[in-house]
Design a protein around this ligand. Structure first.
Ligand code: AMP
Length: 304
C-alpha cells in the first residue's frame, strides 16, 4: 500500500512549562510522516523547505525510510518557521511567530512515482494547495484524509469548503469542529460537518481522547492518561499519521477498522508528547508500541 503525505516540513521553536528550545525539526508533514513510518514501508512526502534546512534533518526522515524526493528545496529561501508557547494548562498554546517563508508561494509538485498512491493525507496547509494535490493525481486515491485549522476557516472559507467536499475523512479538533459547524454539541457539529462532504469525521479532544463519526455511528476513544506531558506539539499530526498508517494495513476500509485505527492514532500521539518536538518519534521500538496498546486495552476494558 502506498501512502502520500502533503504537509509542512519546518523549523519549530517551543516554550513549555518544562523548558524552551531553539529552532528544531517540526512541521505537520514531518510528524505525520514519522508516525506513518511505523506502519508503512516507504511513506512519500510532498513539501518544500529552504536552503537553510540542514541535511541532518533529512537524515532523520530517511532513517525512518521516508521518501523525501518530493520535498522541494528552494535554495535562496527560508524554511517555514513556527514558534509556539504553551500555558501551564498545556491544552492552551499561543502562536508567537508564524513565518510562512517558502510556504507562501508553495506549488506542490507530484513526482511521477507518487501518482498511483492508495492513501493520501492532506496535512494542515492552505486548502488551495491541498486541492491542487488531489487534482494533480491522475487517479483518485482509495482514501483521502485531511486536517485543517481555524486560520483557514477565517480567511479561506469557500476554498476550504470546496476541498472538504472532495475528501473521505476530516480530522480536526473540538474547537475547530465547533467553529466550522457553529454548534457547541459535538454530535450536532458532526451532523453538520458530514453534510459538507466527508463520509467520516474524527474530532480530537486532546487529553480527553477522540470521537469518530460516520455510517450513522459514533465511536469514542480515550487518550492514554500520561504522567508526563512534555510537549504536545505535533500530537494531532502524529494522531493522523497513526490513524492512516494503521488503516492502510487493514483489508477493508470500514467503521470497524477505523475504530482500531483511532485507538492506534491515540497510542502514537501518546508517544509524541513525551519529548520535545519529534525526538520520541524518531526511534520507537515495536514492543513499546505493543505495550502501549495493551495498556490501552486495560484502560478501557470492563465487565458489567
Ligand atoms: P499540531 O501541534 O498537531 O497542531 O501541529 C504543530 C505543527 O504544525 C508544528 O510542527 C508547526 O510547524 C506546524 N504548523 C503550525 N502552523 C502551521 C501552518 N499555518 N501551516 C502549516 N504548518 C503549520
Amino acid at each position: 500500500m502506498s501512502l502520500l503525505i502533503v504537509g509542512s516540513v519546518a523549523f519549530d521553536a517551543l516554550e513549555t512549562p518544562f523548558g524552551k528550545t531553539g529552532k528544531i525539526l517540526g512541521g505537520a508533514g514531518t510528524f505525520i510522516a514519522l508516525s506513518t513510518s511505523y506502519f508503512c514501508l516507504k511513506p512519500n512526502v510532498i513539501s518544500v523547505v529552504g536552503g537553510d534546512f540542514p541535511k541532518e534533518y533529512f537524515d532523520i526522515l530517511e532513517k525512518r525510510n521516508i521518501d523525501i524526493s518530493g520535498i522541494q528545496i528552494k535554495k535562496d529561501e527560508k524554511t517555514f518557521f513556527w514558534y509556539g508557547k504553551y500555558h501551564t494548562n498545556m491544552n492552551v498554546r499561543d502562536t508567537l511567530i508564524t513565518e510562512l517563508n517558502v510556504l507562501e508561494n508553495f506549488k506542490p509538485e507530484i513526482p511521477a512515482s507518487y501518482q498511483d498512491t492508495d492513501f493520501l493525507i492532506l496535512g494542515n496547509l492552505s486548502p488551495v494547495v491541498q486541492r491542487e494535490v488531489i487534482e494533480g493525481l491522475k487517479k483518485r486515491p482509495k482514501l483521502i484524509a485531511m486536517d485543517t485549522m481555524n486560520f483557514w476557516m477565517d480567511i479561506m472559507w469557500d476554498e476550504l469548503m470546496k476541498t472538504i467536499s472532495m475528501v473521505d475523512i476530516l480530522v480536526i479538533n473540538d474547537d475547530e469542529a465547533r467553529q466550522m459547524s457553529r454548534e457547541h454539541s459535538l454530535v450536532k457539529a458532526s451532523e453538520k460537518i458530514l453534510k459538507m462532504g466527508p463520509k467520516y469525521l474524527i474530532i480530537k479532544k486532546g487529553e480527553h481522547g477522540a470521537l469518530l463519526f460516520g455510517e450513522n455511528k459514533i465511536f469514542s476513544t480515550a487518550a492514554l492518561p500520561m504522567a508526563e506531558v512534555f510537549d504536545p506539539t505535533g500530537a494531532g499530526d502524529t494522531f493522523l499519521g497513526g490513524f492512516m498508517g494503521h488503516l492502510s494495513k487493514q483489508k477493508d476500509i470500514n467503521f470497524e477498522n477505523m475504530k482500531s485505527s483511532v485507538v492506534m492514532a491515540s497510542v502514537m500521539a501518546s508517544f509524541c508528547v513525551e519529548k520535545f518536538g519529534t525526538k520520541k518519534l524518531e526511534n520507537l521500538e515495536k514492543n513499546e508500541i505493543e505495550n502501549r496498546i495493551t495498556k490501552f486495552k486495560d484502560l478501557t476494558h470492563f465487565k458489567m
